[in-house]
Design a protein around this ligand. Structure first.
Ligand code: IVH
Length: 671
């Protein structure tokens, strides 16, 4: 083995071990700094010696930006679901049935486990390497989400030691822990999108994202609970999972072997109380007969095993009376109705408010004034109203009529086709929108101006700041006379505003608060167009031809850039001296625009896997847009050996050119 290869292997082993300790054992033993340094060293060596590339390298866990399509693949063992119940009586019936089906008097044990509330996954390992990850799908066939799953760091790509079987499947649940969920929703709110309802939807949605680099950022986790192979290592499910744990899988410790149903019931009661303290959602417990021999004897019904059942917790629910509805107006003008309720205890807190989402939600509930409603708290941050008790409706109650005017500025609300939410279109003068935009503008990830919400409100009320550009004409002497301000704080603020003039263009673009333009989108747009004038004069097609930028963002950016008010705003910000040009020589920016406006597909296999990545990079370097599927907008398809059959067929049907690698290279030279 050459020296660089040896070093590369050593670094990979080291980083795999760090990931294992951090994500599986939750016991990190190196600092973030050391980890980052070793990762950088590995990336540098891998770039220098591409011949030692390995798809399992920890450096690849960041995913890829190239959109993918999911192939449907047959499950080797069907992926069944579980019978479930909410009642103790039915649970005891289940136990009685098992005792009847097993030989009289035979002892057995239940493995009691948490029922993780995420999305199920089946992983296949060959020779200690992860080769495939499938979703449940219809139970017979699932979606191949291997690329996405490879970015989840608690899932081992290579197993520990050498005691694992050559070929097996292991199943479990992919979930989004509460902290990842809260971060995701905060990001969504920041770009003017509705928050996701719960951790389960968020996990399932993330897993089906086409872009694996986006999945890598979602902070997903995975617990494994079911080993499958023709001959299992031991007859005990619990022992098999303990082995799986020693190979590197994350297996929960919150389990118990119960000798009878009363012990199971204790476990259920314990977790019904304690589940609030877990960092992720569970929606019940699962009990499974532990012995494989006994499982074989019990067998399956058409849909579910006879040897297991899920006991589901009732979501905690409380009744409250509707007092009134507040309509909140966000930075992008979106209106969110919130119910004010009589205070009630729910899952350890006192609840006084619940979200009503949007006008459709209120209508579907059939909500009337003074109604008694039921509220539930799951993994959601804000409790939600699940139903109305119509029997308690008061005489004379009237259906809730959604507002048609902005509650703050009085403008007539509008609703875009296909959207559930109403907007206040008075972007320029509606106070919460103005203040919301300034609040977003000053945040750390945007202009990083040291100014709290209360100060922004003061500045607005004193007519000093009516839009973000006004910040740049503030003088310390304007601020100083305001309540709770003084010489020092006024000077600090002015200084901090001054300093923000150095913030790079991509962050300025993000700070403008254009709907859907989060940090990522702002970065790619800034890198592609390089200055605000080029961006402002780009057509929607040119915008949409940018990697990662879809049609919605393209249309929104185009509209924003052509709005009179925004044009004037940009002019004033330019005069104030903000950065509207990308000044760093940015490696990721396209180096030529030879393929600008062209939508290109690279499919099939080439001489080496790296070759395909090189071709894709060539497309990006020349400003082309890589597509994952053929459509009417595809310019041409570069096909290697064994190209995707559906892509070729569709291209032929649409009369789209299919060219070879050589033809593509010749074309690049000519252009
Ligand atoms: S065992 C043949 N164990 O709940 C049954 N499932 O409602 C194999 N789930 O499809 C499943 N935690 O997605 C099992 N500890 C656990 C579980 C669990 C969550 C999910 C899983 C399953 C669904 C059934």
């Amino acid at each position: 083995m050459t020296q660089p290869e040896h070093k590369i292997r050593q670094l990979r082993d080291f980083l795999d071990d760090c990931n294992y300790k951090y994500y599986v054992l939750a016991r990190p033993d190196v600092s973030d700094y050391e980890y980052d340094m070793k990762m950088r060293e590995l990336q540098d060596l891998e770039a220098q010696y591409p011949e030692y590339d390995d798809p399992d390298s920890p450096s690849h866990r960041v995913g890829s930006d190239v959109n993918q399509e999911f192939q449907q693949v047959e499950h080797r063992y069907p992926m069944l679901s579980l019978a479930n119940t909410y009642s103790e009586g039915e649970l005891r019936d289940f136990d009685a049935r098992i005792r009847k089906l097993l030989p009289e008097g035979e002892e057995f044990q239940y493995s009691c486990e948490l029922k993780f509330d995420g999305t199920s996954i089946s992983l296949t390992y060959h020779d200690g390497r992860l080769v495939r990850a499938l979703t449940r799908g219809d139970g017979q066939k699932g979606d191949d989400v291997t690329q996405n799953v490879r970015t989840i760091k608690s899932i081992p790509l290579r197993l520990n030691g050498s005691g694992y079987p050559d070929d097996f499947e292991i199943r479990g649940e992919i979930l989004m822990p509460h902290d990842s969920f809260q971060r995701l929703n905060a990001e969504r709110l920041e770009i003017g999108e509705q928050p996701l309802a719960n951790c389960r939807n968020a996990a399932a949605g993330a897993l089906k994202t086409q872009n694996s680099a986006a999945v890598a950022k979602r902070g997903l986790d995975c617990y494994l609970y079911y080993l499958l192979m023709d001959t299992l290592p031991t007859d005990s499910h619990t022992d098999n999972l303990a082995l799986a744990k020693s190979w590197g899988f994350k297996v929960s410790d919150n389990t118990k072997l119960a000798r009878n149903i009363d012990e199971v019931w204790d476990f259920i009661n314990y977790w019904d109380n304690e589940r609030e303290k877990l960092p992720y959602d569970i929606d019940g417990i699962v009990l499974k007969v532990d012995s494989m021999t006994q499982r074989d004897r019990l067998g399956f019904t058409a849909k579910t095993p006879r040897w297991a059942i899920a006991y589901k917790f009732k979501a905690e629910e409380a009744a409250a009376k509707l007092l009134s509805i507040d309509y909140q107006v966000g930075r992008t003008g979106i209106v969110t109705p919130v119910a004010n309720l009589t205070p009630v205890h729910l899952a350890g807190t006192i609840v006084k408010r619940a979200t009503l989402n949007n006008a459709d939600f209120i209508q579907n509930l059939g909500l009337h004034t003074g109604d008694t409603v039921y509220i539930e708290k799951g993994g959601e941050i804000i409790p939600k109203i699940t139903r109305v008790d119509e029997t308690l409706r008061e005489p004379g109650a009237t259906p809730i009529k959604y507002i048609d005017k902005c509650p703050v500025c009085g403008a007539t609300l509008v609703r875009n086709d296909g959207e559930a939410g109403y907007y206040c279109p008075n972007y320029e003068n509606c106070p919460p929108q103005i203040m919301g935009k300034v609040i977003h503008f000053v945040t750390r990830k945007a202009m990083d101006i040291n100014c709290g919400e209360a100060t922004i409100e003061q500045l607005y009320n004193a007519h000093l700041v009516n839009d973000i550009a006004d910040l740049y004409s503030l003088k310390a002497s304007d601020i100083e006379p305001l309540e709770r301000q003084g010489r020092k704080s006024a000077e600090n603020l002015v200084q901090s505003i001054e300093k923000s003039k150095q913030v790079p263009f991509d962050r300025v673009l993000y700070a403008l608060g254009i709907r859907y333009v989060g940090e990522g989108a702002a970065r790619v747009l800034a890198r592609k167009f390089r200055d605000i004038d080029a961006l402002a004069s780009a057509s929607t097609d040119a915008l949409a031809a940018t990697n990662e930028i879809g049609e919605t963002i393209a249309a929104t950016v185009f509209e924003w850039m052509h709005n009179e008010v925004n044009i004037r705003l940009i002019q004033r910000l330019k005069e104030a001296g903000l950065q509207f040009v990308l000044d760093v020589a940015d490696d990721d920016a396209p180096k030529s625009d030879r393929l600008a406006g062209k939508n290109i597909i690279v499919t099939g296999s080439f001489a080496t896997p790296q070759r395909r990545a090189e071709l894709e990079k060539m497309v990006e370097d020349n400003d082309g847009k890589l597509q994952s599927g053929v459509n009417a907008k595809t310019t041409f398809v570069v096909a290697g050996a064994k190209p995707g059959a559906s892509k070729v067929q569709k291209a032929e049907k649409l009369g789209i050119k299919i060219i070879t690698e050589e033809e593509f290279l010749a074309m690049m030279e000519k252009e």
